[in-house]
Every structure is written in structure tokens, then in C-alpha cells.
Design a protein around this ligand. Structure first.
Ligand code: NDP
Length: 448
């Protein structure tokens, strides 16, 4: 018999925490998970899932227009935000139910309360109940950062944006990263006047420069406005509820909604980490080793709270590896090389491996192959939007070290192609593969 109430106590039922709980329980551990809000975490409740559904909803704006060129008599269509919002939120409820079932089926005790660490093996729940566990896993995710400027409280973050009462006529989106670009596309398609405000001159730092430039070009062409190198001074709210965003230099911008998409910081406040000597990095993330173990032997952490890669599939892998290591007699770590990622902008972009700049820095001699083309569907639709695929090849070994693309369905295509890059295949291997015609993906095996 264990001396503890639980073998594993998990704090936070998001992607990483739920995976770790259910796998540990399947290995025979007695597991509890505390969650102060809803089961599913950022991805399911206020991130990837509802966002992707909004992206689908937004795409109809162009699809309905394009359909006319394909012979369909589409009347002028109106868009009702509240219908989409409610359907999306209902689907989130459905998914949350599935997550709860998963925990239930694996006999994981779900405790709907906030938990605070009291020591290496101790946790206190909001109700005052004290529990002990052989191991504690922190998987509390991250939380949106709101810049420290006057009037910032008048803005919203991705936490609130799914619940709006109405679709804003004019929206200002602060930031130039994932969330900013995804919501710029979404609201633009819904008919909002969108202005993106960025403190630097660069969007989506980390992605290949040519692909980023293409997104900027297409976004501008569609009518999204950009204010680069802009330093905000304050946000004022008028009596009619509208906002004015003032800058240190340049004209103010009036809007109905201000969305901060300025990064996310590890969610560690009030967790009691100091009671167990759990160390944080300079950026406030929980420091962990390759096995997700913190500076306290019995406490582990996975997912965004460790700020390794803020991506759902990575958190899931970390949670799974953790559970296998501790409870499955199968010590293993996560391989962070060649993790594909995508931005569900309009059009979407995706990438895996090294960008051209990274490859030039690391490898010296590289070969770059690009295909800059107008997808067949866009041609008939009269849509002047070009896709761009880019392959980065190590000139010495012929190995494909990076693949980057922007265009319709880029994330779907890249997920499959990422297997080849991860497997270390050569450009010749791509060339040896017969094209699947007519498709957009065939460009990948026809690069000259
Ligand atoms: P990102 O890190 O992608 O982008 C943050 C943006 O905000 C950058 O443009 C940054 O500018 C800017 N910024 C940061 N601080 C300030 C500030 N104080 N004032 C003004 N601008 C500022 O963060 P997101 O919030 O968009 O997303 C958070 C994370 O969530 C992402 O990093 C990603 O890992 C994950 N995510 C993934 C998605 C996906 O996989 N499709 C979708 C959504 C989120 P600068 O470049 O100058 O630093």
C-alpha cells in the first residue's frame, strides 16, 4: 500500500494533463486531477478547436463568392455571428464531455477545484481538503499577456473573443503572431474592418521570411490594414462604448473591439511552487529536465507552463512520455526536432524544419527550391492569390531540412510532407515520387 492518497496528482486538465492522467491510470496508477475551470484546457475550450471552427466559418465568405464562378446561383448571403458562436460553443461543450468521459473511464478522480502545492508531496484544494501524492504533475498551461498600458482593461484576449455579443464593425488586433494573424483573417472574412498593430516590423517571427511576406502581401490585398513599428500610448473608452487607440506617434485608431494577441506566459501564479522549491526560468516558466522533472524530485511539469514549445501536440507528447516514464516502466523523452506547425490565417501557412535563414546559418551551403503558383481553383474563381511552396535542402547531403508553404490547405499538405522531412529524406526521394495530378501538393515533387 502506498503511503500517499494518490500515486499521481495532476494540476490542470488541459491537453498535457489529461493525457498524462489517463496514461498513468492505464498503467495502474491511482490518479486525481484538479481543474479550477473546464476540462480540456486552452486547446479545447478557448484555443485551437473553437478557433479552427471559426476559421471554417470565415472561409464561407470567399467560398460563397467563388461558387458563382463555378456556376452556382448564390444569392447575397448574410452572416450571423451569434449562430456560429453558439454552435461553436456547443461543440466545445460536447468535446469537454468527451474529455470528462475519458477521465471517468480511466477511473481518474476529477476534482473541480483550484489546487496549491504545499510541499514536495502535498496539495491543498480550495475547499481546504489536503491531499498527498507520490508525484505531482503541473500542467496549468499559459495565460494571455496584456501589455502594461493605460486603458488596457478595455481590450479583450483570446479568452474572451469566442464569447462576443456581436461581431465588431472595426477591430484592432495588437500583435503579429499566431493569434493575431488567425483572428485578422477570421474577422476580415466576417466583414469587420481589421487593423493589425505590431510593435516591430515583422509578422510571425520564426517562420520563413518569404512565406511571411506572402501572407502580408495577400492580407494587405484582401483589405487588412497594418500599423508596423507602432508603440501604443493608451486606450480610451468613449461613452458610446467605442475605443480610441492612441500611439506615441501617428494617428489614433477608433474601433469597437481591441484584441490583445501579444503572447502567452506560463500560468504559475498562486501554485505554491515555492513551497516545494520548484525553480522558474528567467521567463517565468517551470524549469524541467528532459524527462519533465522540475528541481523538486517528486514534481514534474509538462506543456505550456514549461514554455518549451507552446503547441498542443507537444504538450500531449510530454504528458504521455511522463506517464510512460514514471508508471509504465518505459523511460522516454520527447523529440523536439522537426515539429511541424501552422498558422490558420487566410490563407493558412505551415512549416517544418529549418527556415532558409536558419539553414544558411547552420549548414552554410543550401539549395532552395520554390514553386510560386496560382492554385487552379483560384484561377477559375478569378482570385488573384498565389500559393508559395519552399523547400530548403542541405547542399552537401541532398537532405530536405525544411519545408514551408502558404496556400489553400497548406497545413493538411504539410502534415503529410513533414513525415518525409522528419525521416530525413532527400530531394531526390521527392523527385522519385510520381506526381498526383491535378493537385496542389504535386508541386512538392516537381520542384526544379
Ligand atoms: P506569439 O508569440 O505568436 O506572438 C506574439 C506577438 O505579440 C508578436 O508579434 C510580438 O511581437 C507581440 N508582442 C509581444 N509582446 C508585446 C507587447 N508588449 N506589445 C506589443 N506587442 C507585443 O503569441 P500569440 O499570443 O499569438 O500566441 C501564443 C502562442 O500560442 C504562440 O506562440 C503559439 O505557440 C500558440 N498558438 C499556436 C497556434 C497554432 O498552432 N496555430 C494558434 C494560436 C496560438 P514581437 O515579434 O516583436 O515579439
Amino acid at each position: 500500500m502506498s503511503d500517499y492518497d494518490f500515486d499521481l496528482f495532476v494540476i490542470g486538465a488541459g491537453s498535457g494533463g489529461v493525457r498524462a492522467s489517463r496514461v498513468a491510470a492505464a498503467h495502474g496508477a491511482k490518479v486525481a486531477v484538479a481543474e479550477e475551470y473546464r476540462v480540456g484546457g486552452t486547446c479545447v475550450i478557448r484555443g485551437c478547436v473553437p478557433k479552427k471552427l471559426l476559421v471554417y466559418g470565415a472561409h464561407f465568405a470567399e467560398d460563397l463568392k467563388d461558387a458563382r464562378r463555378f456556376g452556382w446561383n448564390v444569392p447575397d448571403c448574410g452572416f450571423e455571428w451569434t449562430t456560429l458562436r453558439d454552435n461553436v460553443l456547443a461543440d466545445v461543450d460536447r468535446l469537454e464531455g468527451l474529455y470528462r468521459n475519458t477521465l471517468d473511464n480511466h477511473k481518474v478522480e476529477l476534482i473541480p477545484e483550484r489546487a496549491t502545492i504545499t510541499g514536495p508531496h502535498g496539495v491543498r484544494l480550495a475547499s481546504g481538503r489536503e491531499v498527498s501524492a507520490k508525484y505531482i504533475l503541473v500542467s496549468t498551461g499559459a495565460w494571455p499577456i496584456v501589455p502594461d498600458i493605460e486603458g488596457a482593461e478595455h481590450g479583450v484576449t483570446s479568452n474572451e473573443v469566442f464569447h462576443l455579443d456581436e461581431c465588431p464593425k472595426r477591430i484592432v488586433i495588437v500583435g503579429g503572431g499566431y493569434i493575431a494573424n488567425e483572428f485578422a483573417g477570421i474577422f476580415h472574412q466576417f466583414g469587420s474592418h481589421v487593423t493589425m498593430v505590431n510593435r516591430s516590423g515583422t509578422l510571425l517571427r520564426g517562420y520563413d521570411a518569404q512565406i511571411r511576406d506572402r501572407l502580408l502581401q495577400i492580407s494587405t490585398m484582401k483589405g487588412i490594414n497594418f500599423r508596423f513599428n507602432a508603440e501604443m500610448e493608451k486606450i480610451e473608452k468613449k461613452e458610446d462604448g467605442t475605443l480610441t487607440v492612441r500611439f506615441k506617434s501617428g494617428d489614433p485608431i477608433a474601433c469597437d473591439l481591441l484584441l490583445f494577441a501579444t503572447g502567452r506566459r506560463p500560468h504559475v501564479e498562486g501554485l505554491g511552487l515555492e513551497n516545494a522549491g520548484v525553480e522558474l526560468s528567467d521567463k517565468g516558466a517551470i524549469k524541467v529536465d528532459d524527462y519533465s522533472r522540475t528541481s523538486c524530485e517528486s514534481i514534474y511539469a509538462v506543456g505550456d507552463v514549461t514554455d518549451r514549445m507552446q503547441l498542443t501536440p507537444v504538450a500531449i507528447r510530454e504528458g504521455h512520455a511522463f506517464a510512460d516514464t514514471l508508471f509504465g516502466d518505459n523511460p522516454r523523452t520527447v523529440d523536439y526536432a522537426c515539429v511541424p506547425s501552422a498558422v490558420f490565417s487566410h490563407p493558412p501557412l505551415a512549416g517544418v524544419g529549418m527556415t532558409e535563414a536558419e539553414a544558411r546559418n547552420k549548414l552554410g551551403t543550401v539549395k532552395i527550391y520554390t514553386s510560386d503558383f496560382r492554385p487552379m481553383k483560384n484561377v477559375l474563381a478569378g482570385r488573384d492569390e498565389r500559393a508559395l511552396y519552399k523547400m530548403v535542402v542541405d547542399a552537401t547531403t541532398d537532405r530536405v531540412v525544411g519545408l514551408h508553404m502558404i496556400g489553400p490547405d497548406a497545413p493538411e499538405i504539410l502534415q503529410a510532407a513533414a513525415i518525409a522531412v522528419k525521416a530525413g529524406l532527400t530531394k531526390q526521394a521527392f523527385d522519385d515520387t510520381v506526381a498526383l495530378h491535378p493537385s496542389m501538393a504535386e508541386e512538392l515533387v516537381l520542384l526544379k
